[in-house]
Write a protein that binds this ligand. Structure first.
Ligand code: PEP
Ligand code: MN
Length: 346
């Protein structure tokens, strides 16, 4: 439920609404807007009688959010949420943020080379997993804590920001020490204890769509993170399981405008896992930017033929340079631009 205040409501009146919501046993989330403040009532509000709040001074109206997800909905907040990363990088605004790098951190040489290559081509965030959720227990599982150390090194060398995956609540604190954006992988989209954990961490979260998740389920998973108090969630379309083996997954481009209409959260696209084949990545990256994606997550490897994971979908560095050139043109054609490298603080 949302309590919409009058444009000239006083601080005292807003405080009284918040106090009343707390007295009723719920959490109050005041949200100052450009025109007016709204106060969200957080909790299971199915049977809340709004008349007590409606009668308070300064209250203009009560809105019952009709969707099962509340805080992530456009009804809750009409303006887009901007996710602010260090160095002035913003996801969800006019700029399209390109995140690129190998599937996994494999060695110091591999990750530093990859970071330099994607930075030179214009990426602003380095992606790479230190903890890897693999379909087979016998596949490379990532370097773990050592991988995090190497990512911190790559950031120091290149100035790139870092997005990397947390696989479980126990490891999430360690990941949060290094990551500028904590990735929750597709297989963990409905790992509710992990979602609650990252909801309590002071870092933005990149939440990937589950392999067979509906868009509503994706938004409900994001709701878990917001409900714990972390408003900084970036959604990611990475393809869902289809029936056609021509691609690894069915890259759901239409999810981008659907999410934009339903939610104020930004959404980025991962055309690498979305297609599974490097030759399909550039066309789908162009299409995702054209469809309104706020960023791209792309796998690039210095030597894809020797990659320890996802080599077949990893771009060669020169292909990534082409992806950057072509998506820049698409972004400009729709009145956006690619994000420029972060300003590194001395
Ligand atoms: C990844 O980004 O390398 C990854 C494991 O992605 P997903 O969770 O989408 O499969
Ligand atoms: Mn991968």
């Amino acid at each position: 439920m949302l309590v919409v205040m009058h444009t000239d409501a006083s601080e005292d009146q807003i405080r009284r609404v918040c106090d009343t919501i707390q007295e009723m046993g719920y959490t109050a989330r005041p949200m100052p807007g450009k025109q007016r403040t709204t106060v969200g009532l957080v909790g299971n509000d199915g049977r809340v009688d709004g008349s007590r709040l409606e009668a308070l001074p300064g209250v203009q109206e009560i809105i019952h959010v009709s969707k099962p997800y509340k805080q992530v909905s456009r009804e809750w907040r009409s303006e887009p949420t901007l996710i602010r990363l260090p160095g002035g990088i913003v996801i969800g605004g006019e700029e399209v943020v390109i995140m690129a790098g190998p599937c996994s951190v494999e060695s110091e040489r591999q990750i530093i080379t990859a970071a330099q290559q994607v930075r030179d081509a214009g990426a602003v965030v380095l992606r790479a997993g230190a903890f890897k959720p693999r379909s087979s227990p016998y596949s490379f599982q990532g370097l773990g804590v050592e991988g995090l150390r190497l990512l911190a090194r790559a950031r120091a060398e290149t100035g790139l920001l870092i997005v990397t995956e947390a696989m479980d609540p126990e490891g999430a604190d360690l990941v949060a020490e290094v990551a500028d954006l904590i990735q929750i992988g597709a297989r963990n989209m409905q790992n509710y204890s992990l979602l609650k954990k990252v909801g309590r961490l002071p870092k933005p979260v990149l939440l990937k769509r589950g392999l067979s998740a509906t868009i509503q389920e994706l938004l409900l998973s994001a709701e878990y993170i917001l409900a714990e108090g972390n408003p900084n969630v970036v959604l990611c379309e990475r393809g869902v399981r289809g029936f056609d083996s021509a691609t690894r997954n069915l890259f759901d481009l239409s999810a981008i405008p659907v999410v934009k209409a339903a939610s104020h959260l930004p959404i980025v696209a991962d055309p690498s896992h979305g297609t599974g084949h490097r030759d399909m990545v550039i066309p789908m990256a162009r299409a995702a930017v054209a469809a309104g994606a706020d960023g791209l997550l792309v796998e690039v490897h210095p030597n894809p033929d020797r990659a320890l994971s996802d080599g077949a979908q990893s771009l060669y560095p020169d292909q990534f340079s082409r992806l950057m050139r072509e998506t820049r043109i698409i972004a400009e054609a729709i009145g956006r631009r690619l994000a420029q490298p972060a300003v590194v603080q001395a």
